[in-house]
Design a protein around this ligand. Structure first.
Ligand SMILES: [Zn+2]
Length: 117
């Protein structure tokens, strides 16, 4: 299985699984079951429910966790897709914030896209 890009910073979840495992494999949503390896630190990654409806992916060594992910994300493939979309959205939001900060610093707010309230 291809590694899953967890965050836009390049952190990946590596799955050193038997080669027959594919993206349709269900995520092991149990805090004691190995779900993969954290590329950055080599820690074991677990998937842990945080509520009735959401879970997080966290690393046993460095403690890095994802934001809560909805339970509908139930396979490795869907996790891959969800992370891709979220990383893209976060990057776009950050770009907008940087752009807003830049505009306000130079007091050219009104010259922008006219989106200000
Ligand atoms: Zn880690």
């Amino acid at each position: 299985m291809k590694p899953i890009l967890l965050t836009k910073y390049g952190e990946t979840l590596e799955i050193e699984s038997p080669s027959y495992l594919t993206d349709t494999e269900e995520l092991p949503k149990c805090p004691d079951v190995y779900a993969g390896t954290h590329s950055v630190c080599g820690g074991i990654i677990f998937i842990k429910p945080v509520s009735e409806t959401h879970f997080v992916v966290f690393c046993s060594i460095c403690g890095r966790i994802t934001e809560p992910i909805p339970d509908e994300v139930c396979t490795y493939g869907r996790l891959r897709q969800w992370c891709e979309e979220r990383n893209k959205k976060n990057t776009e939001e950050e770009d907008r914030q940087v752009s807003r900060r830049f505009l306000s610093r130079f007091e050219i707010d009104r010259a922008g896209d006219g989106a200000s309230a």
